[in-house]
Design a protein around this ligand. Sequence first.
Ligand code: GLN
Length: 389
Amino acid sequence: MLEDFIPPYDATVIERLNAEGYVLLGKTSMDEFAMGGSNQTSAFAKTKNPYDTECVTGGSSGGSAAAVAASLAPCALGSDTGGSIRQPAAFCGVTGIKPTYGRVSRYGLVAFASSLDQIGPICNDAKDCALLLNAICSYDPHDATSSRESIPDFTARLGQPVKGMRIAMPQEFFSDDIDDEVKTAVLSAAKELEKQGAVLVDCSMRSLKYAVPSYYLIACAEAASNLSRFDGIKYGYRGEGKTYEELICDSRSKGFGEEVKRRILLGNYALSSGYYDAYYKKALALKQEIIKEYCEIFDKADVILTPTAPTVAYRIGAQDNDPVKMYLADICTVTVNIAGLPAISTTCGYTAKGMPVGMSFVGKRFDEQTILQCADAFERGFAPVLPRI
Ligand code: GLN
């Protein structure tokens, strides 16, 4: 849809990076309209994982994660609607942070699901993520959801020990749906943090079983609305047709890929009269439930630790014909977006085949500093054993 499109203005994050003297090297591949978790629904190419080129990079920001992992760039940006910074970072063995909703301006970002989308850094470690976050965070009057919360120096707490830090590990994130090698790596990372003085807190998140259906209803509903602007008339791909309706129909049929069309259909269905109450409204009620449970956990913990994804990077093509299986793989990341919280994924170990395993620290709203501190503390202890590509 946007293959030949040249934007008439820069996104706020790009303006900020230019102003700070960053050198922009290019655009990276991603799943079409950020819809996907493997980069296999990219309109251009299926990006390969630098750790094993037969495997996916994760997605949707898989190109960014692969570029950093392969040392093509020291840092990159991604967008995260349901995990698309954290999950590819995990699959490619790098570090990615999704800031609190409203922290980074979305002005100039192509909208997928506006209540969930957030731009953030993908870098080699937490320190670089903090530096890049310092560069891109700002209040922006062009984005109505941009926050006026004061912006700290995100590097300020790096290097500080995690002694006394209360880390909650909700048991639902360690169920049988999570691969054993992933569980083992995250649990041994937790032990390592405990050795550094952190306090592990057992807890529960009962709403997790509703996370994926609520996310896909909310995300698809918002996407159906956001993507209605691509009509072949205003901008983007233009098809053929004698009438206005034929032109729109041809442009959207040819301009959008399969996955995007699937989500537009799902979203419009969930929003249509008669189904709105049964699906969309229920998803919004579950959103409140998820937020409530996060608040309860944060009453007794400073951060939450979970696996970033149920598996490590899998073989390209392995999940091609099963969109639902692909959706279920988002279980560990989507509640963070639903609740608007910040979360960072860092590498916590490797499988027997040498594929990186990611773990995520989730923080309270606007408390990026604590999750950066935790990821950094772990990376400092763990870094010497990291294999380099
Ligand atoms: N994998 C999720 C999806 O397909 C998340 C995408 C994203 O965060 N952009 O919707």
